[in-house]
Design a protein around this ligand. Structure first.
Ligand code: PLP
Length: 384
């Protein structure tokens, strides 16, 4: 049989680097590769697997729903779609939700809301990540990702994450400001203290939509259901994906107040958006996060990890909230630390040369944190 690397190199489009292993099975916070190696998974499919791998609640929901009614079309309503909408609106405080298939698509829906205001300009932040489709890429604040695909959407400005920059850029021709409460892909970078509250006040004053990207921070990961809820603000819309589906591809745009009525019949849609299979899955994931107290677990385990990281070799800075943690290193050795961690049986990731991102499943236990600490310490020591 051809080995997986040869097959991958020959058959998969070269849009991503060659993976480091071929994973074949997962359970809880653990995965196994095709050579039989076991890993503690502290990346969770990049902040996706809220319940870890093969959680019975998700397995049962998907199995039951595919055997009952797997797909219809948006000509028909289904009970799981309605149940998920109710639960999401209760948890987010939103007024209406649009369902799609990914984070980038949730951002695209947000761009459509912005366009419906009739104002041409859009603001987003430098160093942000909002996705790779042409619209979401236009908002992404990393020139190296955008430049090979220009021209992108016109009238998008990437501003500094400061209130002064927002005040200088905002005006009556601005439709929306897109913001990640924590910049995950940038290396888990927190916004300046008080930024969201001030941005809310300024955008409201100018009639500009505040659209939050909680694709990576949402669904309990930061130790509150949604990161914005700690700031005492209400956005006009919020993009969700990743953790709400726990591994099943789903995205959602939750809208608040007048923004909830900006799109009218026929203006947006997607074949699979809100289909019964994925909405049953996401509803089961959110129900389990609620009933098992996983938001509180994310806060508690996150605090333990933070405490354990303090004083370890190479660790210069600890960023993020709950179980979305950025470890700032004193030397640009993050890729080597990731490789050493994998050799120890631990999956983490390096969004850049000086940052390690930790985004384990929300189900991790104190014992998992202890195991992580032992393995991560060895990985850091090997590169100090
Ligand atoms: C903050 C943020 N926005 C948008 C996206 C894009 O989501 P997707 O990859 O599901 O299109 C991501 C994915 O990493 C993300 O982290």
């Amino acid at each position: 049989m051809t080995d997986w690397k040869t097959q991958y190199s020959a058959n998969i489009m070269k849009s991503a680097a060659l993976p480091s292993a071929e994973l074949v099975r997962g359970e809880g916070a653990r995965v196994w590769d095709s050579e039989g190696n076991e890993y503690l998974d502290f990346l969770a499919g990049i902040a996706v697997l809220s319940l870890g791998h093969a959680h019975p609640a998700l397995v049962n929901a998907v199995s039951t729903q595919i055997a009952t009614l797997g797909h219809v079309s948006n000509y028909f309503a289904t009970p799981p779609q309605l149940a998920l909408a109710e639960r999401l609106l209760r948890l987010t405080g939103g007024d209406r939700v649009y369902f799609c298939n990914s984070g980038a698509e949730a951002i695209e829906a947000g761009i459509k809301l912005a366009r419906r205001t009739g104002r041409p300009r859009i603001l987003s932040l430098q160093n942000s990540f909002h996705g790779r489709t042409m619209g979401s890429l236009s908002l992404t604040g990393k020139p190296a990702l955008r430049e090979p695909f220009e021209p992108l959407l016109p009238n998008v400005e990437h501003i500094d994450s400061t209130i002064a920059a927002l005040e200088a850029a905002i005006g009556p021709d601005v439709s929306a400001l897109f913001v990640e409460p924590i910049k995950g892909e940038a290396g888990v970078i927190d916004l300046p203290e008080g930024y969201l509250a001030a941005a809310r006040e300024i955008t409201a004053k100018h009639g500009v939509l505040l659209i939050l990207d909680e694709i990576q921070t949402g669904a309990g990961r930061t130790g509150s259901w949604f990161a914005f809820q700690r700031e005492g603000i209400v956005p006009d819309a919020m993009a969700l994906a990743k953790g709400i589906g726990g591994g099943v591809p789903i995205g959602a745009l939750v809208a608040y107040g007048a923004a909830a009525d900006l799109l009218v019949a026929g203006q947006h849609g997607s074949t699979y958006g809100g289909n019964p299979l994925v909405t049953a899955a996401a509803d089961a994931v959110l129900a389990e996060i609620e009933s098992a107290g996983l938001v509180a677990n994310a806060a508690a385990r996150g605090a333990e990890i933070r405490a354990a990281l303090g004083g370890l070799p190479l660790v210069e800075e600890i960023r993020g909230q709950g179980l979305l943690i950025g470890v700032g290193l004193s030397k640009p050795v993050a890729p080597a630390v990731v490789a050493s961690a994998a050799a120890e049986g631990l999956i983490v990731n390096a969004p850049n040369d000086t940052s390690i991102r930790l985004a384990p499943p929300l189900i991790i236990t104190e014992a998992d944190v202890a195991e992580f600490t032992t393995k991560f310490t060895k990985a850091l020591e090997a590169n100090a």
